[in-house]
Design a protein around this ligand. Structure first.
Ligand code: GLU
Length: 412
């Protein structure tokens, strides 16, 4: 057997966890390698009559603990390699919060902002026409991710249901009108705040009056900002793809949301100093929350990061090399598989409700979300204390062990 090559940040983190747990190369390879990988050609006739050929991907990483589960990303950067790393991350995430699901990821290499609603709908439906045999309520359950939303999930559900009959459990993150769950939209952002609160308790601190900068004001960043403002944090920096702003006194997030609803960006907000997008990551603050894309804190800019704690609300925002630098400097990095697990946790509740033909009220969803994330956070923090290791190592150890146990118990 040849030694598997480490290609992504996630591979490197997984390898480190396997080495520490004393797993052999075969076990590492089994944990790293996806069960199945699909690339699908998607020709689309655009509104102007021209034809563009997109690529769709679905990587099904592991299903030893439950059906494959994970988002679909519509972004020009999506490819097999990126999906592979993100799919593995989903397997670890569902294991860490101990929900009976596996891991998958995929998407289409399109820029949804340049597509008309008709083009987007056609492309989404084409994708389902080509992969419907490989997804399903007990097989693989997609969800929103970067560049996708509840509407896109509704189209997937509809296209799938044309073939298999009414099947709300084939996707999560759907609109409420077609069987979505209360509390799914803001679950990831709310989850970020729950994990941060548990971490602050571990440091014997509170989040009150602490400063925070957030990169990304989409589904994760916006709801994290609202939840953290509720906890009395001072949000001194915000950004999105079109601009970045700072105010050392802290923003009124409700006002920022109103501004974004009108202007489509945080840029141009009143009483805000415009700054460079890159400078947002370098603001002097207690907590820095990258909540957009992966790899944004890397070898070249890590020395300029001044936050005390980096909170990975995005998937993989800190590279392996950058994390080493941060950890050596005593900066804490709260790992993605814990920090942003609120989304898939409520996806799990949505799936359960669909399978049972029931719907829970918002309080029931939020209470369970809190319970699940508090339990997972405490498990990670107690591993940090007992093993004197980083938060990432603790999280990876717990998750990797659970996946390995399921794989080996099921047998080959
Ligand atoms: N895309 C989200 C994630 O990366 C949610 C996945 C899901 O709900 O299945 O965790």
């Amino acid at each position: 057997m040849k030694t598997p090559t480490i290609k992504t940040t996630h591979d490197a983190f997984l390898k480190a966890a396997c080495d520490e747990l004393g797993y052999d190369e075969i076990t590492f390879e089994l944990l790293l390698t996806a069960s199945r990988e699909m690339r699908i050609e998607l020709p689309l006739r655009k509104d102007d009559g021209s034809v563009v050929v997109y690529n769709g991907y679905r990587i099904q990483h592991h299903n030893a603990r439950g059906p494959y589960k994970g988002g679909l990303r519509f972004h020009p950067s999506i490819n097999a390699e990126e999906s592979r790393g993100l799919a593995c991350l989903m397997t670890l995430k569902t294991a860490l919060v101990d929900i009976p699901l596996g891991g998958a990821k995929g998407g289409i290499d399109c820029d949804p902002l340049t597509l008309s609603p008709r083009e987007l709908e056609t492309l989404t439906r084409k994708f389902v026409q080509k992969i419907h045999r490989e997804i399903g309520p007990s097989l693989d359950i997609p969800a929103p991710d970067v560049g996708t939303n509840a509407q896109i999930m509704a189209w997937i559900q509809d296209e799938y249901s044309k073939i298999y009959g009414y099947s709300p459990a084939v996707v999560t993150g759907k609109p409420l009108a077609t069987g979505g769950s209360q509390g799914r939209e803001d679950a990831t952002g709310l989850g970020v705040s729950i994990v941060m609160e548990e971490f602050a308790k571990h440091l014997d601190e509170s989040l009150l009056d602490k400063t925070v900068a957030i990169q990304g004001f989409g589904n994760v960043g916006k709801f994290a900002a609202l939840a953290l403002a509720d906890k009395g944090m001072r949000i001194i920096g915000l950004s999105d793809v079109r601009g970045a702003i700072t105010n050392s006194h802290g923003f009124d997030i409700q006002q920022v949301v109103q501004h974004v609803n009108k202007a489509g960006t945080v840029a141009g907000m009143e009483h805000a100093e415009p700054i460079d997008g890159a400078a947002l990551l370098e603001l002097d603050c207690d907590y820095l929350i990258p909540a957009a894309l992966g790899g944004v804190i890397h070898k070249e800019n890590v020395e300029r990061v001044r936050a005390r704690v980096v909170v990975e609300a995005a998937n993989g925002p800190v590279t392996h090399a950058a994390e080493e630098v941060l950890t050596n400097r005593g900066v804490y990095v709260l790992p993605d598989i814990l920090v942003n697990a609120g989304g898939v946790t409520v996806s799990y509740y949505e799936w359960v409700q669909n399978l049972q033909h029931m719907s829970w009220d918002l309080d029931a969803v939020r209470d369970r979300l809190r319970e699940t994330l508090v339990t997972a956070s405490q498990r990670v923090l107690s591993e940090v204390t007992s093993s004197q290791c980083s938060l990432r190592k603790a999280a990876y150890r717990i998750a990797t062990e659970r996946v390995k146990d399921a794989l080996f118990t099921a047998g080959f």
